[in-house]
Design a protein around this ligand. Structure first.
Ligand code: NAD
Length: 497
């Protein structure tokens, strides 16, 4: 970060010129209908930009341009090493514009500026650079075949990819999709969330500046029910990649079935269990991690550790530590670099989270920390980090994804019971286990039905590890070499010699 003061970022925000138009075939343009929507900041309700509300005509145009670029253009024909260099330049430009992108992210969705700078921009860069670097190091296969035959197994770009992403990590989620899609030679249409479209729109011009040919990377902002649906139903989109809620993910499979059976890959919701055994190596550390797992990014994290499972013998002691640790997380002005909890993305999400808090109290949960809407900045949407004790796993608060800073504490007596509670969820995105016993750690990790398991930490891993869910948390994987498989078709070519 160049400067660590609130004044620096406020000043920068005043001077910011924000682009809100769609990006198709290498240029910014309004939606064909001329329709726009107001992009407001959850920090204080300020108006940030008028953003194009794209619809069917824009989907048709962008898909046609993406198809032309794929069929007749250079991108997919470039040697992987050339695509690598262009994507690396793209990353360099993202880095050069890092402050602006970080500020847009904070203004648009309310996360603390220090997270935008240190987590989101860094995460996007790491993804772009790692993926670019990998693409000229993956090989195809030669099948074991008879002496007079050659069997080749090759991976080819699939064509036109539509990527629909959520608002909680707008830039990082976009990069998890577009980096492997572009690296493998596809044309891409990115649809950001209507709640946080600004960094995706900015990204488009940087892609062109880096040398990605026109039509290869397009951005269509707008609403899910219009432009999202138009892309998902489009007969000339080959693959749909999605991060967002499980309800919308399910709808996308239906759209694919109603249209061209496009491939659909989804990263969806979570209700992740964090299991703390009495023999955890360090209870203070475990408590600090448990607080961070629900407070970071205002709890608006698909892998939020929203169910804290604590062994009964240490429960009172541990709950006290968690409450103390949670008090270290306090909502403040997101533009202040010292703030660690920002604004909730908008009023409807704030109302939804407060509804869960009220319902949990009615159902008998013990509210032991937080629970209120507050206004550290006037006219903004903030919620105190909230801790509930005495939750049973069948309560709504333990089963439904809240997507806010609300922690449910559930106690257990045995390892088997902990595993049963942890797996008693429609979701299976992530889980944590805290124990000093190596065998127990392995046994529990194996038994957990989740795509990521963290032992004696929360949220471990990086670009080298695949990320995705079991059960209704989705299918397919982002990150790592595994991500490439979503963006390629596999061809078997058998040659008689
Ligand atoms: P959402 O499902 O409401 O929206 C996600 C995207 O889908 C948005 O761009 C939206 O406009 C679009 N959309 C909505 N309806 C659509 C439709 N009918 N057709 C096509 N597109 C449509 O999710 P959200 O509220 O933006 O994000 C929060 C959700 O994202 C949470 O459930 C969270 O767990 C999930 N998430 C998952 C991961 C992961 O990797 N598993 C990561 C981040 C967020």
């Amino acid at each position: 970060m160049n400067d660590s003061s609130l004044a620096f970022w406020q000043d920068k925000a005043e001077q910011l010129v924000i682009e809100g138009r769609a990006y198709i075939d290498g240029k910014y343009q309004q939606a064909a209908s001329g329709e726009q929507f107001d992009c407001l900041s959850p920090i204080d309700g300020r108006h940030l930009a008028n953003v194009s509300a794209c619809g069917q005509a824009d989907a048709d145009l962008a898909v046609a341009c993406a198809r032309t670029a794929f069929n007749t253009g250079d991108w997919r024909r470039f040697p992987p090493a050339k695509r690598k260099l262009i994507l690396q330049k793209f990353a360099d430009l993202v880095e050069q514009h890092g402050d602006e992108l970080a500020l847009l992210e904070t203004l648009d969705m309310g996360k603390p500026i220090s997270d935008s700078v240190n987590v989101d921009i860094q995460g996007a860069l790491r993804c772009l650079r790692w993926t670019a670097e990998a693409i000229d190091k993956v090989y195809d296969e030669i099948a074991p075949s008879a002496e007079n035959e050659l069997g080749m197994v090759t991976h080819e770009p699939i064509g036109v990819v539509a990527a629909i992403v959520p608002w909680n990590f707008p830039l990082v989620m976009a990069c998890w999709k577009i980096a492997p899609a572009l690296a493998t030679g596809n044309s891409v249409i990115l649809k950001p969330s209507e709640k946080s479209p600004l960094t995706a729109i900015k990204l488009a011009a940087l892609a062109t500046q880096a040398g990605i040919p026109d039509g290869v990377f397009n951005v269509l902002p707008g609403f899910g029910h219009s432009i999202g649906k138009a892309l998902a139903l489009h007969n000339d989109v080959d693959t749909l990649v999605f991060t967002g809620s499980t309800a919308v993910a399910k709808q996308l499979f239906i759209y694919a079935g109603q249209s061209n059976m496009k491939r659909v890959w989804t990263e969806a919701g979570g209700k992740s269990p964090n299991i703390v055994f009495a023999d955890a190596p360090d209870l203070d550390q475990a408590a600090a991690a448990a607080a961070g797992a629900i407070c970071f990014n205002q709890g608006e994290v698909c892998t939020a550790g929203s169910r804290l499972l604590v062994e009964s013998s240490i429960k009172d002691e541990f709950v006290a530590k968690v409450i103390a640790a949670t008090k270290q997380w306090q909502p403040g002005n997101p533009l202040d670099p010292n703030t660690n909890v920002g604004a909730i993305v908008d009023q409807s999400q704030q109302t939804r989270v407060l509804g869960f808090i009220e319902q949990a109290q009615q159902q008998g949960g013990s509210l032991c920390q937080g629970g209120n809407a507050i206004e550290p900045v006037a006219n903004g949407f903030y919620i105190e980090p909230t801790v509930f004790d005495n939750i049973s796993n069948d309560m709504d608060i333990a089963q439904q994804e809240i997507f806010g800073p609300v922690l449910s504490i559930i106690s257990f007596d045995t390892m088997e019971e902990a595993i049963e509670i942890a797996n008693d969820s429609e979701y299976g995105l992530a889980a944590g286990v805290w124990t000093s016993n190596l065998s127990k750690g392995h046994r529990v990790a194996k038994a957990l039905r989740a795509g990521s398991v963290w032992v004696n930490q929360w949220d471990g891993g990086d670009m080298t590890a695949p990320f995705g869910g079991y059960k209704q948390s989705g299918n397919g994987r982002d990150k790592s070499l595994h991500a490439f498989s979503k963006y390629t078709e596999v061809k078997a070519t058998w040659i008689k010699l």
